[in-house]
Design a binder for this molecule. Structure first.
Ligand SMILES: NC(=O)c1ccc[n+]([C@@H]2O[C@H](COP(=O)([O-])OP(=O)(O)OC[C@H]3O[C@@H](n4cnc5c(N)ncnc54)[C@H](O)[C@@H]3O)[C@@H](O)[C@H]2O)c1
Length: 347
């Protein structure tokens, strides 16, 4: 396939690009290169004849029209977004603009291209979204594809809005769409403002390991390469107009997760004395912090045969090893705007 991947210089998008090229797909990576982007993530494919890069903003319709006409993709995988909840609390405008208006521009550019091509049914617009659109769970239950939307942060509200636009373009215009909603990802190339890299890098620097509130918030963790594998399966085999929840069935409280990372670091890079867990510090909670997310992945497992291949234990170990071995990647990112600062508490 010839895939147009938006946000391919980000954390998940770059994993998709690397895997797609490894599987022999042609990939055009469309990315505006915001603060969250890192072209180094694409070093393994940068010289491949299967890979092309277009620096463009998804809100720029003229650029999108040119890119569709130039590259003639068989499918779009739309990942470009503002993705950090804490930043969405401090500055929701960028989230509305990129995640909502940007998705609208992508849908319209894709629709014009698809119509000009004679409306091929084989075309796919794959919209990549998050489980956060479903809101917050209590102690029990899981998100199904049919769970009503109940977003609570500016980030999740903007993603929910984009999901609704994608459904509307399917029902109204017949654009051949598929959608996925995934739980928290982790793994190599995770930008150093998100919990897992922050914990690893602060631990190594002897800094406090900040845990929001009492650390009881539960997330369902999925290794990023398993997510990329699921996304390629959905774009190739997903049923028209259908959405699929993707999760790792690996629920962990934030406190348990951080303690586990500390234990792995204690083993791989022991401190002169004591444990990295001694650096754990409880800090002011995130406003509106969702208590628990959990995905029921039955649909993608039963209909498409997908299941994760990396356990959370193995994935966390691989991730820690990767950060220990890739300081050249993460060190320069720590000077980017806002990284290392506490964001999202001013309301
Ligand atoms: N990270 C997670 O755990 C997770 C979980 C489920 C779903 N998602 C979704 O997956 C997608 C990718 O997430 P991520 O964690 O890789 O994000 P990320 O922040 O690491 O990367 C986003 C990429 O999009 C690009 N981008 C941002 N605004 C753009 C614009 N206006 N035009 C073009 N490019 C732009 C950035 O330059 C960056 O390369 C997002 O849509 C996100 O909502 C993320």
């Amino acid at each position: 396939m010839k895939l147009l991947v938006t946000g391919g210089a980000g954390f998940i998008g770059s994993a998709v690009v690397r895997l797609a090229v490894a599987r022999g797909h042609h990939v055009v990576n469309l990315d505006a290169l915001t603060y969250a982007a890192c072209l180094e993530n694409l070093a393994p494919v940068a010289q491949s004849p299967l890979y092309a890069f277009e620096q463009a903003d998804i809100r720029d319709r003229a650029a999108l029209t040119r890119i569709f006409a130039t590259h003639q993709p068989d499918a779009v995988m739309h990942l470009a977004a503002e993705s950090h909840v804490d930043r969405s609390i401090d500055g929701p405008g960028d989230f509305i603009s990129t995640n909502v208006t940007g998705t609208y521009e992508m849908l319209e550019a894709a629709r014009a291209y698809w119509v000009a091509q004679g409306r091929p049914e084989s075309f796919r617009f794959h919209h990549i979204s998050t489980d956060e659109v479903f809101g917050s769970l209590g102690a029990t239950g899981q998100f199904l594809e049919t769970t009503p939307y109940d977003p609570r942060s500016p980030y999740s509200a903007s993603k929910a809005a984009s999901d609704h636009l994608v459904q509307a373009w399917y029902h109204t215009y017949g654009l051949p769409v598929v959608m996925t909603n995934c739980s928290n990802n982790y793994g190599p190339y995770h930008f150093p403002e998100k919990l897992i890299p922050v914990v690893i890098l602060n631990a190594l620097a002897g800094k406090p390991l900040p845990i929001y509130g009492d650390g009881s918030n539960i997330r369902d963790w999925l290794y990023v390469e398993d997510h990329a594998d699921a996304l390629l399966l959905v774009v190739e085999k997903g049923a028209l107009g259908r959405s699929y929840n993707i999760g790792g069935e690996n629920e962990r409280s934030n406190l348990d997760l951080v303690r586990r990372l500390c234990a792995i670091l204690d083993e791989l890079r022991p401190k002169a004395s004591g444990s990295y867990a001694d650096q754990i510090t409880f800090v002011t909670d995130r406003p509106g912090h969702d208590a628990r997310y959990a995905i029921d992945p039955t649909r993608i497992r039963e209909e498409l045969g997908w299941r994760p291949s990396v356990t959370v234990e193995e994935g966390l170990r691989r991730t820690v090893v990767w950060y220990l071995e890739n300081e050249d990647w993460w060190r320069p990112l720590q000077t980017r705007r806002g990284v290392g600062q506490r964001l999202g508490v001013t309301v």
